[in-house]
Design a protein around this ligand. Structure first.
Ligand SMILES: *Cc1c(COP(=O)(O)O)cnc(C)c1O
Length: 407
């Protein structure tokens, strides 16, 4: 049996089957490239759902990680550490917010945001105890904890995991009138993704976020943006909401904040909101640890020093134009911003999975989302010549005979 098959069988035998990976076993990564156990090279066009915006093992980030490994890694928040203060100040500056609460994963940051806006609802807005409501969108993705799936509209994420956490209202995405109608005296916040990545790279209509901002301000409701996937340059701006020139009240971050090497998440908010936490009200053993703080500080610096947001903007436009120019019989339309691009297949083209498998055979790793969408999201350090290489293979698959599904 091949080493690949043996490792896949081992994962399948001992691991819960909560994923369906493409049949490739990776053992090394460098920049935009990953290598499998047989030495084949692939261009990573998924970037771990935007957690690897910096590319694999970015030398500056590995340097920050190893330097910090040689000094101090974990302390708990029972003590101060010399990396956390600088990290919090730098991230507050970077987000134009007053305060930060650091956690580890995206879902934990979303949970933290839920706690923060509920607290504000009770202590500042004066919502009666236990009555706070948060409005969210249909087809949202905010993570996998029980509270977070409680306000998911996706059956696959929810089935047989109840009872669910109450206090959430789901409205259609991209519909500001629906938001206006859903707000009540008990609404503390509207939680929304500026682009819905997991839903298949859904881009809301122009002006949506501006309208949402205005409505939230008029109705005394907090606007919480989940930029776990869209943040840190991915969509061609530092944060996706910068395209709309608005300011959220709460900003949820994760994924690329960890520089592709270590889980770091956080929420940023105004003092009026994050100031409502007192000692003992929230916490995390690993949140704010010096290793994560050192990595995140460097991750932010690399995005700025290397102009990764500007690269995403420029290369995203180029890539989208080339995709549209292919005249593929399978493609319905292309949507997205920067280097977060969804290629939507026509109904009669079938599932996107065989297309992802065909691209894999040609050395390009990407993944279908929601059956008929291929998400293209390479590391932001990619160069135009490598995009051209990828485009050659994408064109061959999208204009060739219809790929068939592997076993
Ligand atoms: C990935 C993601 C999350 C959850 O992050 P985890 O680190 O997997 O918990 C939350 N929100 C959005 C928009 C995401 O893309």
């Amino acid at each position: 049996m091949s080493q690949t098959q043996a490792l896949m069988d081992q994962e399948t035998r001992y691991g819960a089957h909560n994923y369906l990976p493409l049949p490739v076993v990776l053992s090394k990564g460098e920049g935009i490239w990953v290598y499998d156990v047989e030495g084949n090279r692939y261009l990573d066009f998924l970037s771990c759902y935007s957690a690897v915006n910096h590319g694999h093992r970015h030398p500056k980030i590995v340097e920050a990680l190893t330097e910090q490994l040689g000094r101090l890694t974990l302390t708990s928040r029972a003590f101060y550490n010399d990396q956390l203060g600088p990290f919090l100040e730098e991230l507050a500056d970077y987000t134009h917010m007053d305060m930060i609460l650091p956690m580890n994963t995206g879902a934990e940051a979303v949970e933290t945001a839920v706690k923060a806006v509920r607290r504000w609802g009770y202590r500042v807005k004066g919502i009666p105890a236990e009555q706070a409501e948060i409005i969210v969108c249909n087809d949202n993705f905010h993570g996998r904890t029980v509270t977070v799936i409680s306000f998911s509209s996706e059956q696959a994420y929810r089935a047989d995991f109840g009872p669910y956490t109450p206090g959430f209202t789901i409205i259609p995405y991209g519909d500001s009138k629906a938001l206006e109608d859903a707000i009540t005296d008990r609404t503390c916040a509207f939680l929304v993704e500026p682009i819905q990545g997991e839903a298949g790279v859904m881009v809301p209509p122009d002006g949506y976020l501006k309208d949402v901002r205005r409505i939230c301000t008029e109705r005394n409701v907090l606007l919480a943006l989940d930029e776990v996937q869209t943040g840190f340059g991915r969509t061609g701006k530092r944060f996706c909401h910068w395209h709309d020139e608005i300011e959220p009240d709460v900003l949820v971050m994760g994924k690329a904040l960890g520089g592709g090497v270590y889980p770091v998440s956080a929420i940023a908010a105004k003092r009026e909101i994050l100031g409502l936490f007192e000692p003992g009200s929230h916490g995390s053993t690993f949140g704010g640890n010096p290793l994560g703080a050192a990595v995140a500080r460097r991750a932010i610096k690399v995005i700025e020093d290397e102009g990764l947001a500007e690269r995403a903007d420029e290369l995203g436009r180029y890539f989208t134009e080339r995709l549209l120019g292919m005249g593929s019989p399978y493609v319905d339309h292309v949507r997205g911003k920067g280097l977060l691009i969804g290629l939507v297949l026509k109904n009669d083209a079938g599932s996107a999975r065989p297309f992802a498998e065909a691209l894999m055979k040609r050395g390009l790793l990407c993944k279908e989302t929601h059956e008929n969408v291929l998400r293209f999201a390479p590391p932001l350090v990619i160069e135009k010549k490598d995009l051209d290489w990828a485009l050659e293979h994408i064109e061959a698959v999208l204009t060739g005979p219809a790929p068939t599904r592997g076993k």
